[in-house]
Design a protein around this ligand. Sequence first.
Ligand SMILES: CSC[C@H]1O[C@H](OP(=O)(O)O)[C@H](O)[C@@H]1O
Length: 354
Amino acid sequence: MPEPVSPIVWRDGELEIIDQTRLPEELVFIRPRTVEEVWKAIRELKVRGAPALGIAAAFGLYLAIKDFQAKGEEELCAQLKKAADYLASSRPTAVNLFWALKRVQEKVARAQGLGVEKIKELVLREALAIQQEDESMCLAIGRYGAELLKEAQAILTHCNAGTLATARYGTALAPVYYLATQGKVLRVFVDETRPLLQGARLTAWELKQAGIPVTLITDSMAAVVMQKGWVQAVVVGADRIAANGDVANKIGTYGLAILAREHGLPFYVAAPSSTFDLTLATGEEIPIEEREPAEITHLGLRPIAPQGIAVFNPAFDVTPHHYITAIITEKGILRPPYQESISQVLFKEAARQK
Ligand SMILES: CSC[C@H]1O[C@H](OP(=O)(O)O)[C@H](O)[C@@H]1O
């Protein structure tokens, strides 16, 4: 199986990003050189997917300061905070973006006294570390998730939680890639995922590249695919997971969870620990991004709805934890009650590090 692509790399002193708005027709790379260009790439979903947003934001911080002529560390840190606040305004739901911005700034705060140039180098090193760690976390999610899917013939997934949404390998698709390397090839039923079609444009593309069999369906077909018994599990990604296990993910996920429950299918969420937001008790507190009406009323330039029609365009919804069979993380499989299993897996690790 060909190695899944990485959508975002630091190569020869430049940030190189696959422009995901050009897929599946063209594989086009862009090289943002300023924090403004990174902000725009995030906002326009040229780079998207919760972990990939964290990685892009971390590199965006470096681009914001690499050529900045600071008189001293204090001025440099002020520029870094200004850039972090700016990047934080690009998209509100995926917590990985905010987690990465916070992690880099905290690293810099602990490095006071190093000098301006050393701090700049440290920010780049931290962005590279975030990217490398994410790839390792996706691999671990693949191994843990494979245990849950090893008896399945096919799964259904929604949106794109594959290699294009992460450093590499993905979250929901990581077990599919891992099983393929072990000689077990699953078929993946892919929701097209209106309105921006991340499933049809991105998941179908990346799985085809990897030689994984794909069946593309419209979002409205998921129920009958489950009714016919064509899939044995539903596996999706996440953009933010609250302390009780409520999951924010692409709009349409909540409906899939209810359908899975109705058809007696396991509903798995795959996410690294950087997607958990333990400051939020429940999913009710997760900010849900609302995007432009034109994403729904138009297909490209062509209107597909009457002009001026009222539109509701939330990019995400929240699936209550009681619909979720298990959460696959890089540290293991979390089972209900999530309030306990999340803290045991995530906090216990942190406690040991103190
Ligand atoms: C591996 S997390 C991917 C997650 O992000 C997607 O949203 P978007 O394409 O708007 O960035 C979707 O919710 C995926 O599940």
